[in-house]
Design a protein around this ligand. Structure first.
Ligand code: HEC
Length: 155
C-alpha cells in the first residue's frame, strides 16, 4: 500500500499536523469543565432582555443578611449550593449538572444580575435547578438572595 505508507510518513514528518492533532484531541478535555460552566444558561433569544434587568436592592449589609436568611431558610438553596457556596450541599444523588460553585470568580464575572434573576424565575433548563419565583420567592426576596449569592465572590 504505497499511498497509505506515504501519508503516514507525511504525518510523521509534519509538525503542523502533529500540533493540530494535539489541539483537537488533547487540549479541549482539559478546559472542558470550566467552559461548560461559563456557557450562558439563559436561552439566546431572551438573554439580551435579561441582561437589562438590574438589582433594585442596594448591596447593604442588612439586605445581604436578609438574603442569607432566605438562602438558609425558606428557599433551601443551602441544601444544594452548600453553606460555603461551593455547590456541594447535603443532597445526595444529584444527577447530571452539579449545583453552581458561587466562589468561582470566573463564573461570577461571566454572569449579569439579570441572568441570575432569569434563572430564579425559570430554573436552569435540563438541570436540578428549579424555578423559585413566584412559588417560593417574591421578586424582591429573589433580589435579596442574589445579593447573598454575589457575596460569595469575596468582594
Ligand atoms: C435541588 C438542588 C438545588 C437547589 C435547592 C437550588 N439550586 Fe441553584 N443550582 C442547582 C444546579 C444543579 C445548578 C446548575 C445548573 C446548570 O448548570 O445549568 C444550579 C445553578 C444555580 C445558579 C447558576 C445559574 C447560572 O447562570 O450559571 C444560581 C444563581 C443558583 N443556582 C441559585 C440558587 C438559589 C438562589 C437557590 C435558592 C433560592 C438555589 N439555587 C437552589 C441546584 C439547586
Amino acid at each position: 500500500m504505497a499511498t497509505s505508507h506515504a501519508s503516514e510518513v507525511t504525518m510523521r514528518r509534519n509538525p503542523v499536523l502533529v500540533l493540530l492533532w494535539l489541539w483537537v484531541c488533547v487540549i479541549p478535555p482539559v478546559h472542558g469543565a470550566d467552559s461548560e460552566v461559563l456557557k450562558p444558561r439563559v436561552p439566546l433569544d431572551q438573554i439580551a432582555e435579561a441582561r437589562t434587568w438590574t438589582n433594585p436592592v442596594p448591596a447593604a449589609p442588612d439586605n445581604i443578611e436578609q438574603g442569607k436568611t432566605i438562602f438558609h431558610g425558606k428557599a433551601f438553596c443551602v441544601t444544594c449550593h452548600g453553606r460555603d457556596g461551593k455547590g456541594l450541599g447535603e443532597i445526595e444523588g444529584l444527577r447530571g449538572k452539579l449545583p453552581r460553585n458561587f466562589t468561582d470568580k470566573a463564573w461570577q464575572a461571566a454572569r449579569t444580575d439579570g441572568e441570575l434573576f432569569w434563572i430564579l424565575k425559570n430554573g436552569s433548563p435540563g438541570s436540578d435547578m428549579a424555578s423559585f419565583i413566584p412559588l417560593v420567592l417574591t421578586e424582591e426576596e429573589a433580589w435579596h438572595v442574589l445579593l447573598y449569592v454575589r457575596s460569595f465572590s469575596g468582594k
